[in-house]
Design a protein around this ligand. Structure first.
Ligand code: ADP
Ligand code: MG
Length: 630
């Protein structure tokens, strides 16, 4: 017969420890979060042997009174939650009173703490969850906690630890995420005697990101900032040029807490639709500020996941913040999308939102009807970049400008005119606030010609711009097709063309008949193994039609399309690619000019597959190559 035993508090603590303290990195996270909650301005973390033998976290926060220092290691001892009601709006990182109990049950702890205003501090030694020694001591205000020999009394868990190097790297990564979430706190990490990172704690997101992510990544970041009804978004997104192979460079913070969120990932990635290569992920450092009551952090033991009360509003805020950063409309005070764009975006966003949130929370389909309300929300305020004037911020702001220059060099001369006279600068195109596509006239440029029957050469100021004519033209056609609201003109063929297809492909055509006809294809089955093409999208050549149909079948048949919007995009990619002028063919001067103008105006930046359409060589660069300057 099974017998029910009540677990001893020690065993219960060990089990709870397993949830909170998985590895040294989780200890570091919990200790840093306690320091944040204590109002620390400076935190130093030191670790040895991957954190397995030694972790020390020192802060200059409020510290503890001797009586609190005695009880803080007890389970459910917390100063942060008074009653059930305060669970509804949690403003601190911790609230369950579990971390110190859990950590102390699987390690040897030494704590030195002094409360502000107390004449002396307290030193406590804790062994396997029990206080072994407690005495007054002299120390500065704040708290130092040293965790030694983690998991020394739980050999089973010890076995699961990876190498010291791997655990140490995880510690660095966890601490870095914590530090990135709090630009107002200076965090230093020392690993085996070597400083791994240091954030200045000046409250500026720019200096925080720069010091923690490094110059290289900071250079590729575009500032984003938006204010929604009850949510504000700040941070950076990566330039589409610098896509990454995974999502390791994406950081999301909600009220300073680093979280994982499929919803926020989707919102950011949606903004890159058609500008980032498939399989590449953007970098993002995204700070959301919202009232503690509109987010539930009590849904995960390690508090790394949250539940938003209004997912759609949050999605919209992040999506538009990222989009405005990418379209480079930061300097304008207000971004207004035209009705058609808003409608098109709304449609594709709706699909995306549906597919992502349904996989996130099965059984609960969010109301997509509400997205109709999006039209009222399609004005968002994009704040001016707040780049501070302290010396640190100043040198931090440079990479930000440089990164704008890099984007602008090839595509938006308006924001970074090379040294010109005032008169000339006045002529340079400007993006009007409130205009969706820049109503600009091309700045002075000269079409030099074409080379290798592939690249258009354009001279503008001190820049030589090379444009991939096929990629740029493909994008122009793609955008035009998209703006036709997916009702694309068909051109009826004088003599219909029959083409042989596999049974599977014929099925695909039948299944997608409606979609294809909306996109300008008139196709009917013809016998068992062929189709007859009566019409193709205007602009495409009939000789391309059979290849186009095969390619479309291939794409639609892969079954990886999550939504109709994705299928439409894939088909439009194919149509645009086929209708565009090809590399290797000679192209008329007038046509080259049209493409060059569109690129210089900044209307075309990436081909529909996310490849850049232009490359800029500066005079300085060429002068260097020729050793005219060093
Ligand atoms: P929680 O953070 O969920 O309250 P913990 O076990 O992490 O639970 O901490 C227990 C309590 O110990 C906290 O509520 C706080 O009062 C106190 N404490 C822990 N770390 C610090 C610190 N670095 N500075 C001041 N007080 C601290
Ligand atoms: Mg805590």
């Amino acid at each position: 017969m099974p017998e029910i035993n009540i677990l001893s508090p020690h065993v219960a603590d060990l089990i709870a420890a397993g949830e909170v303290v998985e590895r040294p990195a989780s200890v570091i996270k919990e200790l840093i979060e306690n320091s944040f909650d204590a109002g620390a301005k400076n935190i130093t973390i030191e670790l040895k042997n991957g954190g397995m033998t030694y972790i020390r976290v020192t802060d200059d926060g409020c510290g503890m009174l001797p009586e609190d220092a005695g009880v803080c290691f007890l389970r459910h001892a917390t100063s942060k939650l008074k009653n059930e009601r305060s669970l509804e709006a949690i403003g601190t990182m911790g609230f369950r009173g579990e971390a110190l109990a859990a950590i102390s049950s699987v390690s040897r702890i030494e704590m030195i703490t002094r409360r502000k205003g107390s004449v002396e501090g307290t030193r406590v030694l804790v062994e396997a969850g029990e206080i072994a020694e407690m005495s007054p001591c002299g120390c500065p205000v704040g708290t130092t906690i040293i965790v030694r020999d983690l998991f020394h009394n739980t050999p089973a868990r010890l076995k699961f630890m990876k190498s010291d190097r791997a655990e140490g790297s995880a510690c660095t990564a966890f601490a870095l995420r914590c530090a990135l979430g709090r630009p107002e706190v200076s965090v230093r990490l020392i690993r085996d005697g070597k400083e791994e990172f240091f954030s200045p704690g000046d409250g500026k997101i720019s200096s925080c990101a720069y010091s923690l992510l490094g110059r290289e990544q900071a250079l590729d970041l575009l500032e984003m900032s938006a204010q929604g009804e009850d949510v504000s978004v700040a941070g950076y997104v990566g330039s589409p040029k610098a896509g990454h192979g995974n999502r390791a460079k994406q950081f999301f913070f909600v009220n300073g807490r680093c979280i994982k969120s499929a919803l926020l990932q989707a919102a950011v990635e949606q903004a890159y639709r058609n500008t980032l290569l498939t399989g590449r992920y953007p970098a993002a450092v995204c700070y959301l500020t919202l009232s503690p009551a509109s987010v539930d952090v009590n849904v995960h033991p390690a508090k790394t996941e949250v539940k938003f009360r209004d997912e759609r509003r949050i999605f919209d805020a992040v999506y538009y913040a990222a989009l405005s950063a990418l379209t480079g409309e930061k300097p304008s005070a207000e971004i207004k999308l035209s009705h058609t764009t808003a409608k098109a975006l709304s449609a594709s966003k709706k699909d995306f939102f549906k597919s992502t949130s349904s996989c996130e929370s099965p059984g609960k389909s969010p109301s997509t009807e509400k997205s109709a309300g999006f039209s009222s929300a399609h004005t968002i305020i994009a704040e001016k970049p707040k780049i501070g004037s302290s010396p640190t911020a100043e040198h931090i702001s440079k990479p930000q400008e440089a990164c704008q220059l890099r984007l602008c060099d090839s595509v938006r001369p308006s924001y970074s005119p090379p040294a010109r006279s005032e008169k000339e600068t006045d002529k340079s195109p400007r993006i009007e606030p409130g205009s969706e596509v820049a109503s600009v006239t091309p700045a002075d440029f000269r079409l030099v010609g074409e080379t290798m029957k592939t690249y258009i050469l354009v001279e503008q100021g001190d820049n030589l711009i090379l444009i991939d004519k096929h990629a740029a033209h493909e994008r122009m056609i793609f955008d035009r097709l998209k703006s036709q609201g997916h009702e694309i003109m068909s051109q009826t063929l004088l003599s219909p063309v029959t083409t042989k297809l596999s049974t599977a492909d014929i099925e695909i055509i039948e299944r997608n008949g409606k979609l294809l006809s909306r996109l300008g294809f008139e196709i009917d089955p013809y016998g068992d193994d062929s189709v007859i093409l009566r019409g193709v999208p205007a602009d495409t050549d009939v000789s391309d039609a059979p290849a186009m149909i095969e390619e479309i079948c291939d794409k639609l048949g892969r079954g990886s399309r999550v939504s109709e919007a994705d299928s439409v995009d894939e088909i439009l990619h194919t149509v645009a690619c086929k209708a565009a002028i090809k590399a290797g063919w000679s192209t008329a001067q007038a046509e080259l000019m049209k493409i060059a103008e569109a690129v210089i105006r900044g209307e075309v930046k990436y081909c529909p597959h996310g490849r850049p359409v232009s490359v800029t060589l500066t005079k300085k660069h060429l002068d260097k190559e020729f050793s005219r300057i060093v």
